[in-house]
Design a protein around this ligand. Sequence first.
Ligand code: GLC
Length: 421
Amino acid sequence: MSIPVPLPRVAAFEKLGFGLFVHWGLYSQLGKGEWAQNIHRIPAREYEKLQSTFTACDFDAEDLARTARDAGMKYIVLTSRHHDGFSLYDTCGLNTYDAPHSPAGRDLVSEYVAACRKYGIVPFFYHTTIDWHWEYRTTAELSQEDFSRYLDYLHDSVKLLCTNYGPIGGLWFDGNWARRQDDWREDRLYGMIRRYQPEAIIINNTGLGNLGRLGHPEIDSVTYEQGSGEPLDREGHAKYMAAEVCRTMNSHWGLGGNDLNFLSPAEVIRLLARCRGCGANLLLNIGPEAQGKVPEYEKQLLRKTGVWCRLYEEAVYGPRPAAGIVCRQGDLMLREGSDFYYFASGLGRCGDSNVTVGANGIGSRAVDNFTEKVTSVRWLDNGEELDFVQDPAKGMLSIFCTGFPYGTDTVVRVAKIETKA
Ligand code: GLC
């Protein structure tokens, strides 16, 4: 048994590390999540009216791309079409349920792609595979024939995305879990993508109940919907697949107007560190407002996360999990060549006992199975050298972690460990 080697495009995807998921569409006007049409049983004719009020007047693709960049994110996955069937892109006559036929009157995907290019962000397209609009236009229960016609429509839609916007990062499908028993003709769909976008990453979400499940052999990354970062055992797999955790920062993907259940920057930083510790990407979601504005809280949260990403940049994107090494305090160790990166959590602040509540977490931290000869250990944020003791023959390493300087608390602090080859 062995672990397969990633294809270059898959290795490049892993290095993107942190991405922004954007759920935005007609449903954003209702502010009740992207499943509102289905869950609140809104009749299709009623729901479709949302197209006539969709102006996208607050959608600023450049602001979106900058928000991602400032958050330390390297890619965005935008809902080019979600389950409601409405497309943010020009469907070029496939139907009129798209942004150009709304008061927006523009191809929003084309603005998105241009803005991503400008800010060095890799654009990905989320694309639904189930389609409530299509279903309602045909029959309530799709016959095999209807389904086959629908697959042609899906294929033609995706072909537009592959041919009209230049090179893209990848396609992120979602919905096959709704008809597991059916033949989705994935060979045909993925074959077409490979023809027009040979470097594109292909993902097909396996859904909430199937975290990390392997799919079709063309798939490049497994998904962990609402996961929190679990290592993927690749032993014996036919192909090396990347892993991506996709997460909401509150309780909905699309805007939830009455949803107060938001993560804090500290929680996002811990989550991101944990995902990277497992070798997974983190795709963190925002649900823009009705006409496309990125909500303030989300923006602030992303900005704070960006500060952390910049401080520890060297450790966040390139390094991979250091196989076999065990950090006893639940910390994480990544590796790139002869350099190691120690992610320390729960570190206290240095200072006076009248202002810093306990100095917990300051002191020695033990690492097992570390056999390289260490030459130096230092915090990446301020360059401070750390004391350590080690016995490479026994695989024992102990690092003396000093606390955060008073005035600072970056939640997860990263030390660089240099070793002699
Ligand atoms: C789910 C939902 C969907 C959301 C997606 C993101 O499968 O159906 O609304 O877009 O997960 O992971």
